[in-house]
Write a protein that binds this ligand. Structure first.
Ligand SMILES: Cc1ncc(COP(=O)(O)O)c(C=O)c1O
Length: 508
């Protein structure tokens, strides 16, 4: 029976217990985080080993348990069986080290538990999200009176911008009448093959289908070929298709290259097409005084997607969609159902995107922006780029490695045994190098000493190191280069030995 005065809910916790558990957890986390740089980046365990270690096979227990040991053991297991993107030698993918104040911010946000769908439900949180969006826009030079929304990451931010473009440019009421409208004219989108795969997901979810994408080739430097873009738009218009959106990337996922955004913007203007910039990774580098003119040209776009969980070092998850004309975001998403009674003059973020109930993602970003300030961010981003340049230089100097590209804070390179260097480009040698570097990648990703990912650059399989990590130092960068070279040497020796015992040809 429930006591009228005091309800003893199984999940309830009094203030003293909460305080004791919280203090213990924070002490444990501080020690674990402090130890990260001295441990492996990852233990490279198999899925079954992880399942076993965490004892994840059983059913949901019928009875609950003491939260103290539960939290303590869970934290310990998570630290023993995770990959640490905060590790100074983690260079794989574009996942940043989380700002400690952001970690605490998520804790605080969960405690407040604001529903940032409607202003009335989240007065302070909505206002903090609005200011965060203005600050993000200001940092990259985008108009601060733009519309904006925080979402789960870069893919969602790009999707939100794409859906705003679809509504604005279809030429019919696409939300009511659907994607083909009355005329049956197909909408077209334009992107280079270097575009992140969010574009396929977006046109798929948005009902255009992936065949609506016009893949515009790149030049040898992997930047979209603007003359080819222009030609394709003219061909499509002549055929009665509706060009809707062009994607320019500010920092591509594979190599960090920045598309010729100034020229793309001019083509879009000429043909009245929505100019979207995927700046999920690179847009924040536009904050630097020496940013290239093309990077700065993202300020002319109709929309920009940026990812605070990349170069603002926010803990996952948080992306941000910016749309130049704020009203176009609302007109792409707002509905006003009878069961809500929210002031339509207020900022109700459920009107700006696909989500209804929304968490307080802004807090961790806002706190980190206040903690570091704009100057702090410029310093950290510039240092990441400088370290990446140092990595490229170390690779260039190494006679067992070949530098492939260096843009923003991404370096791509591959292991090349000394005796094969004179024969680069020969098809059997290239095939061997692909196989060698695939194995090197596997070895590095399992080994825990450092962690890189891969890219395909002009048909070559290469290793890729991205620095969005304020813990990384020059020593880490130099160590990573030596580790890659050493593993390349070891794998090469193993392949030669295996080949000798099979008496096959080495590079066949
Ligand atoms: C250029 C670019 N766009 C979009 C994305 C997707 O971002 P997310 O993984 O946050 O969805 C990435 C991820 O690395 C990226 O580099």
């Amino acid at each position: 029976m429930m006591d009228d005065a005091v309800r003893q809910a199984p999940l309830a916790m009094d203030a003293a217990a909460f305080r004791a558990l919280g203090h213990r957890l924070v002490d444990q986390l501080a020690a674990c985080l402090d130890a990260v740089p001295r441990g492996p980046v990852t233990r490279g365990e198999s899925p079954s080993a992880v399942r076993q270690a965490l004892d994840l096979a059983g059913p949901l227990p019928e009875s609950g348990m003491d939260p103290g040991p539960l939290l303590e053991r869970t934290a310990q297991l998570l630290f023993e069986h995770s990959l640490f993107n905060a590790h100074p030698r983690f260079f794989g993918y574009i996942t940043s080290a989380p700002a400690p104040i952001g970690v605490l911010g998520d804790f605080l946000a969960a405690a407040v538990n604001a529903n940032v769908g409607a202003w009335m439900l989240s007065p302070a949180a909505t206002e903090i999200e609005s200011q965060t969006i203005r600050w993000i826009a200001a940092l990259i030079g985008y108009p601060v009176d733009c519309g904006g929304l925080l979402v789960s990451g870069g893919s969602m931010a790009n999707l939100v911008c794409f859906l705003a473009a679809r509504t604005a440019k279809a030429g019919w009421a696409v939300r009511e009448r659907g994607i083909t409208g009355d005329s049956g004219q197909p909408l077209r989108v334009y992107a280079s093959p270097e575009t992140h795969t969010w574009i396929q997901k977006a046109v798929d979810i948005g009902g255009l289908g992936t065949d609506s994408i016009r893949w515009i080739p790149t030049d040898s430097d992997l930047r979209i070929n603007v003359a080819a873009l222009r030609r394709q738009i003219e061909v499509d218009k002549a055929a009665g298709d509706v060009p809707c959106l062009v994607v320019g990337t500010a920092g591509s996922v594979s190599t960090g290259v920045v598309d010729p955004l100034r020229d793309i913007g001019a083509v879009c203007k000429e043909h009245d097409i929505w100019f979207h910039v995927d700046g999920a990774y690179g847009a924040f580098a536009a904050a630097l005084p020496d940013a290239s003119a093309d990077l700065r040209a993202l300020t002319t776009a109709d929309s920009v997607a940026v990812d605070p969980h990349k170069w603002l070092y926010a803990p996952l998850e948080v992306g941000c969609a910016l749309v130049r004309e704020a009203r176009l975001l609302r007109s792409a998403f707002a509905y006003h159902p009878p069961y809500y009674h929210f002031d339509e003059g207020a900022t109700n973020y459920l009107d700006y995107g696909p989500q209804n109930s929304r968490g307080f993602r802004a807090l961790k970003v806002w706190l980190a922006m206040r903690h570091a300030g704009a100057a702090g961010y410029r310093t950290m981003i510039a240092e990441d780029i400088q370290l990446s340049r140092a990595m490229a230089d170390a690779v260039r100097r190494h006679d067992e490695l070949e530098l492939i590209t260096h843009e923003l804070s991404i370096t791509t390179f591959r292991c090349v045994p000394r005796d094969l260097r004179p024969n680069l480009g020969e098809p059997p040698v290239e095939r061997y190098l692909d196989a060698l570097n695939r194995r090197v990648l596997d070895r590095l990703q399992q080994g825990g000493e450092t962690f890189v990912s891969n890219a395909i650059v002009n048909s070559r399989f290469v290793l890729r190191a991205c620095i969005v990590n304020f813990h990384t130092t020059q020593a880490d960068v130099e160590a990573a280069v030596e580790i890659a070279a050493r593993v390349g040497r070891e794998v090469n020796a193993e392949l030669i030995a295996a080949n000798t015992s099979n008496s096959g040809s080495l590079q066949g």
